[in-house]
Each structure stands twice: as C-alpha cells, then as structure tokens.
Ligand binder design. Structure first.
Ligand code: NAD
Length: 232
C-alpha cells in the first residue's frame, strides 16, 4: 500500500489531504504538534498520528526514524507572525523560519532514502505570499519564498524523486460562513478556495500522471495573482 506522510495534519489543508488519501486507500501518517487535535483528527480520519513539534530538530529526527518507508512526503505545517518588522523579535523570526523552512529541509533529507525511488515525490506547501505581500508579513513571506527555492534545489539533488510546490491563495476553512459575497466575487474563479482544492493538487502531483513534473511551483488561487488591479 502506498504511504503518504503529511505534516500539520491535525486541521485545515493537511487534514483534508489526509482524508483524501485515506479515502483513496493510501496509508496516511500525519504529524502535528497539537497532540489533542491530532489524536481526534487521526481517530476520526483513520490515519496514523505522530506527535512532533517541527520547531525541534530532535523531534523531527525521532519522527523520521519511526517511519520505515514512504511514497510521498507533504511538508504542509506552517505558522505566521504578523508583526511590524521594526518590532518583530528575532526569536519570532527564527521560529517561523524553523517550522516553515528548516523543518521541510530536515524532513526531506532524513526521509530521502526511505522514499520510493521509482514513485517517490515531495510536495511542499508554499503560499502566494511568496510572490506578493501585505505589510508586516516578512517572516512568513520569506519562509514561503525560501520553500519555493528549496523545492527546485531538492528536485535536482534528490532526482529522480520529484519535488514540487503548491502556492495556495486564500483557502478558507476556519470560518467559511463568515465569507462575504465580495470575498468570492474578488476571485476570477468566482469563489474563495477550499481545502479540497489543494488536497486534489497534492493528489495529482503525487500521481504518476505528474511523472514528468519536478522542481515546479503551482499557484492555486482562483486567479487572484493574475488579476491586474488599478486604483478606483
Ligand atoms: N489557508 C490559507 O489560506 C493558506 C494560504 C496560503 C498558504 N497556506 C499554507 O498551507 C499550509 C496549511 O495551511 P492551513 O491554513 O491548513 O493551516 P492551519 O493553521 O489550519 O494548520 C496548520 C497545522 O500545522 C500545525 N503546526 C503548526 N506548528 C507546528 C509545529 N511546530 N509542529 C508541527 N505542526 C505544527 C498546526 O497544529 C496545524 O494543525 C501552510 O503551509 C500554510 O502556510 C494556507
């Protein structure tokens, strides 16, 4: 049975990806730092939990050691720190970079030799914030820009394992009921994104149908980054 390892699997995009792969008969191993949420999600979703704080390289190593083999790794977990760069603490900057960028690097190299050499793939979840910004998002944006570069570098170093990135735009899963009509209409596709939009792209990139694709970043944002904006 093919096996997928997903970080940040306790909720959101990671959980939706876990559900999708379980429903298509994959063995799913979900990592997360939130022990309670992960226990509940894995019980309900039918996947195997590993509690792991990705800010801690020793916990990452321990988790990687406990995984015997895999077909696909999804580096999905991330945090943000929305603070004015003039007051952002160096500790906050380092925490965001360590979870969002260093952990995917560490997990990828620790698991590289355990990835299926014929069908193996890594999917890194970046963000459209790697390409465009609001004020006070330096640490998050830098980490997401970094993961896109890490993606094409690893695609060369770990070949023939395929390594790709997905850059989601606005994906609402916390409070979809609070979305306004204008939020949907802002998107050329006519709606705000759903977690399943990203999970399906992970499915595609993990599949043999994507066997000639590596080192790429795929923007899944309903067209927002392609929209030309002028002042009113
Ligand atoms: N939701 C969006 O609109 C959106 C947009 C662009 C990019 N993304 C990216 O998609 C990915 C998932 O986003 P989401 O909205 O589902 O996030 P989320 O915050 O809902 O879930 C993230 C998960 O990661 C886990 N996590 C956080 N810190 C961790 C740590 N130190 N160790 C282990 N696990 C940890 C959390 O417990 C949580 O379960 C992230 O990489 C995010 O940057 C999301």
């Amino acid at each position: 049975m093919p096996t997928i390892v997903i970080t940040g699997a306790a909720q959101g995009i990671g959980l939706a990806t876990a559900h999708l792969f379980v429903s298509r008969n994959w063995r799913v191993i979900g990592l997360d730092a939130n022990e309670e949420l992960l226990a509940k999600a894995s019980r309900q979703g039918g996947f195997e939990p590993i509690v792991c704080d990705l800010a801690d390289p020793r916990q990452i190593e321990k988790a990687a050691l406990s995984i015997p083999s895999l077909t696909v790794l999804v580096n999905n977990a991330a945090v943000s720190a929305n603070t004015d760069p003039k007051s952002l603490l160096l500790d906050e900057w380092n925490r965001v970079l360590s979870i969002n960028l260093t952990a995917p690097f560490l997990l990828s190299r620790l698991l590289a030799d355990k990835l299926d050499s014929a069908k193996g793939a890594i999917v890194n979840i970046a963000s459209t914030r790697a390409l465009m910004s609001e004020p006070h998002t330096e640490a998050y944006s830098a980490s997401k820009g970094g993961i896109i570069s890490l993606t094409h570098a690893l695609a060369m170093s770990l070949a023939p394992i395929r390594v790709n990135a997905i850059s989601p735009g606005w994906i609402e899963h916390v409070a979809p009921e609070s979305l306004r009509e204008t939020d949907h209409a802002f998107h050329p596709c006519g709606r705000v994104g759903r977690v399943e939009d990203i999970a399906e792209m992970v499915w595609y990139l993990a599949s043999e149908a994507a066997g000639f694709i590596t080192g790429e970043n795929f923007v899944i944002d309903g067209g927002v980054t392609k929209k030309m904006l002028y002042p009113e």
